[in-house]
Design a protein around this ligand. Structure first.
Ligand SMILES: [Zn+2]
Ligand SMILES: [Zn+2]
Length: 218
């Protein structure tokens, strides 16, 4: 069973699944700036190489410890992603997105290098690296080498991730006693920080990218 823990070990979340549904690396402004924001608030160091290891799991889990420490935030009003975090240590634990249709969720806790936040899960090789368009040339040059198929590095949303969403959702699940939506209610909804312009001044998000993909040259 996959386990997600925060840096201070207050929060432990167990998933019945022991295999991830997909793995890739996200360089998008939304993810990196959310992780950066949490670091600014005292959280563990965000991935300075600007690509976050993403693990998709079914939306079905149990909060073993630290439920009272959990909170949620969105980068800005009507942002795509709701991110759940530990209020004690500002570890960003996992996120929900409208594309997931309550069947899956994504954790970037493995992107943190100073503690092991993701355990007990069989991981696959990263299947893609996406949203390089959110980085400048210097930042792209500084990324770790991509070990996989070069065609799986994407300037925008990863085609192979989008193609896998139906399979991931079918293999996912919606927890009856606990899932991201129930948790969001329990924590009183997501707050929207107003103290960091970086969160809301980025390039278009995944949803807007995909909506605008028609006519795009890459
Ligand atoms: Zn914590
Ligand atoms: Zn992202």
């Amino acid at each position: 069973m996959a386990t997600i823990q925060c840096k201070c070990s207050s929060v432990r979340i167990d998933f019945p699944a022991n295999k991830e549904l997909f793995r890739h690396e996200c360089c998008c402004h939304d993810c990196i700036s959310a992780l950066w924001y949490a670091t600014e608030r005292g959280g563990p160091e965000y991935p300075h190489n600007l690509c976050a290891d993403c693990c998709w799991l079914p939306n079905d889990f149990r909060i073993m410890t630290g439920e009272e420490k959990l909170g949620a935030f969105m980068n800005y009003e009507s942002a795509d992603t709701t991110r759940f975090y530990c209020k004690a240590c500002w570890t960003v634990l996992f996120g929900d997105h409208p594309f997931y249709e309550k069947r899956i969720l994504v954790s970037q806790v493995a992107a943190y290098k100073e503690f092991e936040g993701l355990t007990n899960v069989v991981r696959m090789e990263p299947q893609a690296r996406h949203f390089l368009k959110d980085l400048n040339a210097e930042q792209i040059a500084a990324l770790p080498p991509w070990p996989g198929d070069p065609s799986h590095v994407y300037r925008g949303a990863a085609e192979n991730l989008l193609a896998h969403f139906p399979r991931m959702k079918a293999a996912g699940g919606e927890g009856i006693e606990m899932n991201a939506q129930i948790l969001l209610d329990k924590v009183g909804g997501a707050f929207v920080p107003t103290d960091e312009a970086r969160l809301s001044t980025g390039p278009p998000s995944l949803r807007r990218q995909v909506a605008g993909r028609a006519g795009e040259s890459d």
